[in-house]
Ligand binder design. Sequence first.
Ligand code: MN
Length: 194
Amino acid sequence: MGLSEYQSKRDFARTTEPSGEPNGTRADGDALAFVVHKHASSHLHYDFRLEWDGVLKSWAIPKGPSLDPAQKRLAVQVEDHPLEYAAFEGTIPEGEYGAGTVMIWDRGTWEPLGDPGEGFERGSLKFVLRGSRLKGGFALVRLRRRPGETRDNWLLIKERDEHASSVSDQELLAPDARSVASGRTMEEIAQDAR
Ligand code: MN
């Protein structure tokens, strides 16, 4: 996919998001990074991002992730983001693409089970997350595109393991959750931008 769609949607003179100019930096040695952004744009959602092939493969999850294997969460694949986006937290100004506050809700490393290149191709990816909030096995499964759909819809599903739990969305996705990067609430991140 590359970064051209990401870059064409944004005015880097106005937003503080990274421009994604190639700089060859890798996040953390050989481990692959993952990050989940909580994003209060026109609709509150969570952005799930996996480092792969020099970019962050990205999905918007309208209802947010779940630790309950019975909850399959729709994950709409969006444009690849630059690796530096994993460190982005702040507020995208009004009028800009994705305007609203962005929090680093979770981050860590991910470990593919099997060949991820093949998994992306086939639309079936199994992996282990090592984050603060999301841990253990997960699967991403691509749904068949319906006529007229321009995005790929996937499902994010927690695997049954010792990290699976029936913790409620209210608890896992609490409105007063704090950033795992800065300890700030959404309100505090928004205030800091003013
Ligand atoms: Mn978003």
